[in-house]
Design a protein around this ligand. Structure first.
Ligand SMILES: CC(C)(COP(=O)(O)OP(=O)(O)OC[C@H]1O[C@@H](n2cnc3c(N)ncnc32)[C@H](O)[C@@H]1OP(=O)(O)O)[C@@H](O)C(=O)NCCC(=O)NCCS
Length: 184
């Protein structure tokens, strides 16, 4: 699905949040690779499970068409610096649910992009019959967990020793969910 373009000004930085379009595929492929190399809070090390340009085009086209998918990008002066996705499923029994993911280039952390990408995704979900948003997050990612709690996500489960990071230690994954008020 697509939403209307929105403009934000935070801490002196102006940016827009809009739905991804097919011609963003090249930038998104490069951005995803870069962000994966900047933080251990994503699932992949840099270069793992690489999504190339045609594959990103497919994802964007699918997200544009599907009622339960939403792909947003945050853009500063025509440069995409962050993105989020809500991904639904074809399965009827899970059709009330979407999975959320978000990432922002380190250089642009702290400008409210995480907040605004999540806020717009929730607003879209709430007005489109989506009853539940789920996500998973590494236990040490305090900033993200705090952000999710702020928008009503609760911890629903823990996957023990789910990830092994570069310090060779094991970390839990936290499963979080947000139910729309009035579940039925
Ligand atoms: C998590 C992430 C998406 C947040 O994006 P962001 O654009 O920096 O988010 P915001 O600017 O909206 O800030 C979110 C909160 O973190 C706080 N914050 C931002 N930068 C911070 C910093 N450097 N130090 C401490 N707190 C910080 C903000 O104050 C804000 O709190 P508030 O909502 O109470 O105001 C971003 O850090 C990121 O992409 N991280 C790597 C990937 C990742 O962890 N994705 C989530 C996986 S589940």
């Amino acid at each position: 699905m697509i939403i209307e373009k929105l403009r934000f000004e935070v801490n002196g930085l102006t940016y827009t949040i809009r739905s991804a379009i097919e011609t963003d595929a090249r930038d998104l492929s490069a951005l995803r690779l870069k962000i994966d190399g900047e933080t251990e809070n994503m699932d992949r090390e840099r270069g793992e499970a690489f999504i190339d340009v045609p594959e990103f085009e497919q994802v964007i086209n699918m997200d544009t068409k599907m009622e339960r998918n939403l792909f947003l990008v945050a853009e500063v002066d025509d440069r995409i610096v962050g993105y989020s996705r809500c991904e639904g499923t074809y399965l009827t029994r899970f059709s009330h649910k979407v999975e959320f993911g978000v990432c922002v280039l380190k250089e642009f952390w702290g400008y409210g992009m995480g907040n605004n990408l999540l806020k717009e995704s929730i607003s879209w979900a709430d007005s489109n019959e989506i009853k539940k948003i789920t996500l998973n997050v590494t236990e040490t990612n305090d900033k993200a967990i705090q952000l999710y709690r702020k928008y009503g996500f609760e911890i629903e489960g823990i996957l023990k020793n789910d990830k092994r990071l570069s310090d060779n230690k094991y970390y839990n994954t936290v499963l979080m969910g947000r139910l729309k008020e009035g579940k039925n």
